[in-house]
Design a protein around this ligand. Structure first.
Ligand code: HEC
Length: 143
C-alpha cells in the first residue's frame, strides 16, 4: 500500500508538468483506474521492479523509449522499422497505438502490409487514457 501511494504522488507531480502535452481533446487519465485496465495487458506485459518480458516487452520507462527499443525482446519488423524511422513513445503515440496497433503501424510506415505482434486493441478512450496514466507511474517524469 505504501509503495502504491508513492506511485500515485509521483503521478500527480508528473501530470502537473505535462498537462499541456496531452491537451489534444482528451483529458488526462486516472492512474488508479488504469491499474485495473492494465489487467487486460498483464497476460502479455509486466511493469514494476521484477518486470520481465512475457509475450510482450516490459513497460517500465516506456515514455521516451524508442518504439521496439527494449533490448532483448524479439519485436516484429514493422515496429522496429517505426523506431528506426524515429518513433519515440509519448502519451499521444501510445494513445493512438493502443486503439489498433496494426493500423497504427500501417499509417506510421505508410505500408499496407505492416504487421503488429500485439494482437490486442483497446478501443475505449477513457481506458486508454487511464492505462497511460498508470504506466506513467513506472516511467521517469517527462523533462
Ligand atoms: C496478447 C498479448 C498482448 C496484450 C494483451 C497486450 N500487448 Fe502490448 N504488446 C504485445 C506484443 C507481442 C508487443 C510487441 C509488438 C511488436 O513486436 O510488433 C507489444 C507491444 C506493446 C507496446 C510497444 C512497446 C515497445 O517497447 O515498443 C506498448 C506500448 C504496449 N504493447 C502496450 C500495451 C498495453 C498498455 C496493453 C493493455 C491495454 C497491451 N499492450 C496489451 C502483446 C500484448
Amino acid at each position: 500500500m505504501f509503495k502504491k501511494s508513492i506511485g500515485i504522488a509521483a503521478f500527480a507531480i508528473a501530470t502537473t508538468f505535462s498537462a499541456s502535452a496531452f491537451a489534444d481533446g482528451h483529458s488526462a487519465g486516472d492512474a488508479v483506474k488504469g491499474e485495473k485496465v492494465f489487467k487486460k495487458c498483464s497476460s502479455c506485459h509486466m511493469v514494476g521492479p521484477d518486470a520481465k518480458k512475457k509475450v510482450g516487452p516490459p513497460l517500465n520507462d516506456l515514455f521516451g523509449r524508442t518504439a521496439g527499443g527494449y533490448e532483448d525482446f524479439k519485436y516484429g519488423k514493422s515496429i522496429v522499422a517505426a523506431g528506426e524511422a524515429g518513433l519515440v513513445w509519448t502519451e499521444e503515440e501510445v494513445f493512438e497505438y493502443l486503439r489498433d496497433p496494426k493500423k497504427y503501424l500501417r499509417a506510421k510506415l505508410d505500408d499496407k502490409k505492416a504487421k503488429s505482434k500485439m494482437a490486442f486493441k483497446l478501443k475505449k478512450e477513457d481506458q486508454r487514457a487511464d492505462v497511460i496514466a498508470y504506466l506513467k507511474t513506472f516511467s521517469k517524469p517527462a523533462e
